[in-house]
Design a protein around this ligand. Structure first.
Ligand SMILES: Cc1ncc(COP(=O)(O)O)c(C=O)c1O
Length: 390
């Protein structure tokens, strides 16, 4: 029988995995209007609340006045705008690296960088829970993929002994996007040294939040200088859009020549670059320190409330807090019941997470109040008990 679009949709529905989007009116903030009702936002990556910060909006407005609305083409075609270069210099200094390069999104960064650095005959060692954009970058590269169990650097050491010949790349999330734990970067850096491999860290969820002045998981782990490619995004804690990677000037030059997502795509527009620049500057100020402190306080309070209520949440210190439910159907019932009571927490199902580990992924923001989180905690506990999750 011919496979039709309709059959395919029925099959997704039958497995309880159909996805749809919800309508948000107004700004992305700690409270949003979702399908017409005011709800607490507990599933955004806008961790510091910068997505509606006046400094970022003002920088965007000024950039539009000065530079217009579009970059016109890929930077290799119509040129690098001053703002692109200013942001790259600022990011390189922030990450204590020689150079940096902008990409149009985290997805574009990973699918551009990985195939530019590894190809046929090379080996890529990848954590099993790495983000889909890393997996897709590896697939595009044609390199041999060797996956290791999540965070298991002991197993990685054995796999590197066995397969680590020729050019090797170790790639990992810095903060795992669906679990909230931090990669064992010191151990990965040691293995990289032993085997002469390259090490790439995707710090989409650590940048702006972890380490001194928000420099991220690499700096927090004390191995920033040992990471060959420090990639991060502007669309999460930094409240803007797009991505960067920081590294040596040599790697930058290679990527300008080899990374297809950089070469064959119109570059980021001035308004977006200006907002990112304002954000990278802001996170290094005392206001940035205050926001990180508040995010940490909120994280500790929320994690403790769930633990005290008896939920089984993975150990961790970051603002990403999952309750692993298991069943996709129960996860979505949990999410819908919370939304009906004014708490927006997205259910996450396969293929985003492994089969049997569907979960509610809560994400804290610096701009949540204590009352917001106490009220949400009570609702999560009550509904969780009713659904037999706790
Ligand atoms: C770890 C990780 N890397 C990359 C990305 C992709 O970033 P972007 O949303 O900028 O495409 C995400 C997005 O959620 C992510 O969680």
């Amino acid at each position: 029988m011919q496979r039709t679009i309709c059959n395919e949709l029925d099959e997704i529905k039958g497995r309880g995995l159909l996805r749809s989007t919800k309508m948000i009116s107004g700004r992305q903030s700690s409270h949003v209007v979702c399908n017409g009702s005011d709800v607490l936002m507990l599933c955004s990556n806008n961790y510091l609340g910068l997505a509606d910060h006046p400094a970022l909006a003002a920088a965007s407005r000024t950039a539009i006045e000065q530079y217009g609305t579009s970059s016109g083409a890929s930077r290799l075609v119509s040129g690098t705008m001053e703002l692109h270069e200013q942001l790259e210099r600022t990011v390189a200094t922030f990450k204590k690296c020689e150079a940096a390069l902008l990409f149009n999104s985290g997805y574009a960064a990973n699918t551009g960088i990985i195939p530019a650095l590894a190809g046929r005959g090379d080996v890529i060692f990848s954590d099993r829970l790495n983000h889909a954009s890393i997996v897709d970058g590896i697939m595009l590269s044609g390199a041999r993929l060797v996956r290791y169990q999540h965070g298991d650097f002991g197993q990685l050491a054995k796999l590197m002994e066995k397969h680590g010949k020729g050019r090797c790349l170790i790639v990992t999330d810095g903060v795992f996007s669906m679990d909230g734990d931090i990669a064992p970067l010191a151990e990965l850096a040691r293995l990289k040294r032993t085997h002469g491999a390259l090490l790439m860290v995707d710090d989409a969820h650590g940048c702006g939040v972890l380490g001194e002045q928000g420099r991220g998981s690499a700096e927090m782990s004390g191995v920033g200088s040992e990471i060959d490619i420090q990639m991060g995004t502007f669309g999460k804690a930094l409240g803007s859009f797009g991505a960067y990677a920081a590294f040596s000037a040599e790697v930058r030059e290679l990527l300008i020549n080899r990374a297809r997502s950089f070469i064959f795509s119109t570059s980021l527009p001035p308004a977006v670059v200006a907002a990112s620049l304002a954000a990278v500057e802001l996170v290094q100020t005392p206001e940035g320190d205050d926001l990180r402190r508040q995010l940490r306080t909120n994280t500790i309070f929320f994690r403790n409330s769930l633990l005290e209520a008896g939920f089984n949440i993975p150990d961790g210190v970051t603002q990403i807090v999952p309750i692993v439910v298991g069943s996709a159907d129960t996860t979505m019932q949990f999410s819908e019941a919370l939304l009906a009571e004014g708490v927006f927490a997205q259910g996450i199902r396969p293929p985003t997470v492994p089969v049997g580990t569907s979960r509610l992924r809560f994400t804290l923001m610096a701009t949540h109040t204590h009352d917001d989180l106490a009220d949400a905690g009570e609702k999560i506990c009550r509904i969780g008990k009713r659904l037999g999750v706790v």
